[in-house]
Ligand binder design. Structure first.
Ligand code: ATP
Ligand code: LTN
Length: 327
């Protein structure tokens, strides 16, 4: 029996190199060994305001990106979170065992609720990690491949699983995370202290997977760098380190090889080379995205949901029985 992995991305904006290098790239490899489920988490996306038409487009786009990046629907199930209503059902139940202080200490909630003022933050944003725990626990997930920023949420999923099991008897697998050292935290191009994020205030924070060539070149030109002129990979130069990391991951070279390639050259040459590397990587990906029709992706998403639905139904049945619900 293969072990199961589950992961998801929100259709809440433009997917970027951080999403690819921190998450999707690893999924493509892992699907060869694991029983894999990949979700487009639209219920998570609406924890901050979304324009309905854009949400619709982005949901389809995220699924196309999964496919174009190499997720194979023959090997993995791909589906839309809101198509399986058991996610919200289990989230509600887990809300009743989650504690207010454990949600209050979530870094993502603190960051996102501060952005537009705490008064306007939704309750949905507050309980976002509980819905994520439900996503994971619903499918007997053993391993959750994500970027580093999600570790705290997975820890909560583990705590809730163990708490429920203790209270009501063995029901959930306590999941573990999978974070790959390389790519786990790609930083913003406009500020190397913060992670690259699709909800960043400025679009100069990220390179979207769908950015056209001119935009990529413009964004790399504007990317902040550190003082000095040499291309060296070190912690004292966090902006350059981040750019070298991106270069290295996209061209399968070590940071030392990149340093060597640009020895005696300056930031200008390095940035041109990096922009070339990104364009060379994204062009074929964008062509593949463009070649997938909406009808094709919707069909794959429907089949994906049909494949995983029985697992979710079975789990909710078990949970309700344990809770003492009449079923
Ligand atoms: P938002 O800014 O809207 O919260 P996001 O850009 O952080 O979005 P998510 O949908 O929250 O993206 O994350 C999807 C996946 O991509 C997660 O596994 C997350 O850990 C990973 N990820 C997101 N940003 C980065 C990053 N900068 N570096 C590495 N991995 C990342
Ligand atoms: N919160 C995650 C997205 C997400 C997820 C999940 C990831 C929702 N449900 C379940 C892994 C497993 C994020 O990346 N922002």
């Amino acid at each position: 029996m293969k072990q199961r992995i589950f992961s998801g991305i929100q259709p809440s904006g433009n997917l970027h190199l951080g999403n690819y290098l921190g998450a999707i790239k690893n999924w493509v490899k892992l699907q060869e060994e694991y029983d894999s489920i990949f979700c487009v988490v639209d219920l998570h996306a609406i924890t901050v305001p979304q324009d309905p038409e854009i949400l619709r487009q982005k949901t389809i786009e995220v699924a196309k990106i999964y496919l174009a990046a190499g997720i194979d629907p023959e090997k993995s199930a791909i589906f839309i979170q809101s198509h399986i209503s058991e996610h919200t059902e289990l989230a509600w139940i887990l809300n009743t065992i989650a504690k207010i202080p454990e949600l209050e200490k979530m870094t993502q909630f603190k960051d996102k609720s501060q952005k537009n003022g705490r008064e306007s933050a939704s309750v949905g944003l507050f309980v976002y990690p509980v819905l994520m725990a439900a996503d994971i626990l619903l499918y007997n997930t053993e391993t959750v491949p994500v970027g580093e920023d999600q570790l705290q949420h997975i820890e909560l999923a583990r705590d809730l699983a163990a708490r429920f099991n203790k209270k009501f008897g063995e029901t959930f697998i306590v999941p573990k995370h999978f974070v790959k050292e390389e790519g786990m935290r790609i930083m913003g191009l406009d500020d190397p202290r913060k992670k690259m994020s699709k909800s960043a205030a400025s679009e100069y924070n990220y390179i979207a997977l769908t950015d056209p060539e001119e935009t990529i070149r413009k964004k790399i030109k504007k990317a902040v760098t550190d003082s000095g002129s040499e291309i060296i990979y070190c912690d004292d130069k966090p902006a350059l380190k981040n750019l070298i990391n991106i270069h290295s991951l996209l061209t399968d070279q070590t940071p030392a090889e990149i340093e060597k390639m640009y020895a005696g050259k300056g930031y200008g040459d390095f940035k041109n080379g990096l922009a070339d590397a990104i364009v060379n990587f994204l062009k074929p990906l964008q062509e593949r995205i463009g070649a997938i029709s909406d009808a094709e992706v919707l069909d794959i998403l429907e089949k994906g949901a049909a494949k995983v639905r029985p697992i979710a139904i079975q789990k909710i049945f078990d949970v309700k029985q344990k809770l003492g619900f009449i079923i």
